[in-house]
Design a protein around this ligand. Structure first.
Ligand code: NCD
Length: 308
């Protein structure tokens, strides 16, 4: 059976434990490995990316593997000539040992997995999921706070379109006694299939339309903020204006200082300006550590999937 990485609902606690302990070795013991020697990974990205693409590439090279890729696949792969994703995947899977795929359509990674003879790693499928991001998010929470069990976390911003939020909410549901506070502007609330999943799994959650209220009313261990995903808005979406978003959903120095002194602030990045630069030197700001952790977690994942 091929081990595809498509959605976080299918991750077991055991799987995460293994990834996190290996990632810790890469991070703190500067452990080196050549486990991908002789392996080729294809990076196939149809959407913009900085951290995911470069951290995957770096992880592959650090493990001694080779990388093939096409610059901006929607423009420079045969997709520009009208080729379907399934045909592209059928071909590319013959040239490599794994495909890291980012695509603008929700469900595309699942479709790719159906036609691939090698593992597909979903690096973001439209407004669907981004499972490797939530592995690095959870690794960061565990590394910074000591545990994921029992935490109270605010997930805020554009919860409707943010695939990192979707993946993370499902994953948090697997830990004991976590409480999630969803804070979203009207029209950008967390989708119902996720709240239904949390109800089925007895996860405590609350919803509010104000980040300020969430910070003031709950004692939280972490605040995970996101940008407005304007590129995913549909014409019939009734969403708040950018000005309103900025007014109600910006982490300023003052708001950061209202958080618990031990709380951490996370963001998958890129930020637009929903976390002010002035917050960066606050001891709670962990988003740059979080993006660095992406390298170690992706090394651990590739090592597990492809290492000898
Ligand atoms: C996120 C993504 O692509 O979903 N970025 C990332 O991979 N770190 C978040 C975003 O684009 O807002």
């Amino acid at each position: 059976m091929i081990n595809h990485i498509i959605k976080t609902q299918s991750f077991s606690l055991e799987f995460m434990k293994d990834i996190f302990s290996q990632a810790k070795l890469f991070k703190y013991n500067k452990c080196v490995s050549n486990s991908l020697q002789g392996k080729i990974v294809a990076i196939l990205f149809y959407e913009a990316s900085t951290r995911t693409k470069l951290s995957f590439t770096s992880a592959i090279l650090k493990l001694g593997g080779g990388v093939i890729s096409t610059e901006n696949a929607s423009q420079f792969s045969s997709a520009a000539k009208g080729e379907s994703l399934r045909d592209t995947i059928r071909n590319i899977s013959a040239y490599c040992d794994c495909i890291v795929l980012r695509h603008k359509e929700r469900g595309s990674a699942q479709e790719a997995a159906h036609f691939s003879t090698v593992p597909i790693i979903n690096a973001g499928d439209g407004d669907g999921q981004h499972p490797t991001q939530s592995l690095l998010d959870l690794f960061t929470i565990k590394d910074e706070l000591g545990s994921v069990d029992g935490i109270t976390i605010i997930l805020s911003g554009d919860l409707k379109h943010s695939r990192t939020i979707h993946s993370l909410a499902y994953l948090l549901g697997k830990f004991r006694s976590t409480t999630i506070i969803f804070a979203a502007p009207k029209g950008l609330e967390i989708p119902e299939d996720i709240t239904d999943y949390l109800k089925r799994h007895d996860v405590e959650f609350h919803q509010t339309s104000s980040l300020i209220d969430a910070v003031e009313n709950y004692k939280t261990n972490a605040v995970y903020h996101t940008r407005p995903q304007k590129e995913r808005y549909e014409t019939n979406d009734s969403v708040v204006s950018v000005e309103k978003y900025r007014e109600q959903f910006t982490i300023t120095r003052d708001l950061a200082n209202k958080m618990d002194p031990d709380a951490i602030i996370l963001h998958p990045l890129p930020r637009v300006d929903e976390i002010r630069y002035g917050v960066d030197d606050n001891h709670r700001a962990k988003y740059f550590v979080q993006s660095e952790n992406g390298l170690y977690v992706r090394m651990a994942l590739l090592n597990m999937l492809l290492g000898e």
